[in-house]
Design a protein. Sequence first.
Length: 121
Amino acid sequence: MRLPRFSLHPAISIVLLTLLAGCDDAPTPPTPTAITAMPSDASLARIYDSSCKLCHANPAAGAPLTGDTNAWAPRLAQGAETLLDHAINGYNGMPPMGLCMHCSEEQFLALIAFMSGQRFQ
Ligand code: HEC
């Protein structure tokens, strides 16, 4: 039996993947950061793990991913006030309170800061 003649050399696959990743229309592949990142504060980490993370670490959800600074940049440009308002009242696919019904404004801001990598104070 002969080996298939048109299999891609691994190095070529990497080049193709890199080209794909550079294309604006290609969906952003999940970064390891988005999937494993956790707030260092334990109580915040619990909230994040049971709410925000379900969507903000899941590329299929259409939410700006945790640690994806490009995705967060235009959202941050709206200002902390608007982001907090959208987190509490909902915004398109973003459910009101991000499924954390007992979260305080302070916790929402801390979670947004964590996900976007931007400090508000
Ligand atoms: C059920 C899925 C889901 C959960 C859970 C969720 N989000 Fe979101 N979030 C989204 C989606 C989808 C968007 C993008 C909405 C859009 O831009 O159309 C979003 C967008 C946002 C935005 C940006 C809003 C803007 O104005 O651009 C903030 C801030 C945010 N989420 C905060 C949070 C926080 C904080 C939590 C956890 C307490 C959370 N989200 C939990 C799905 C979710």
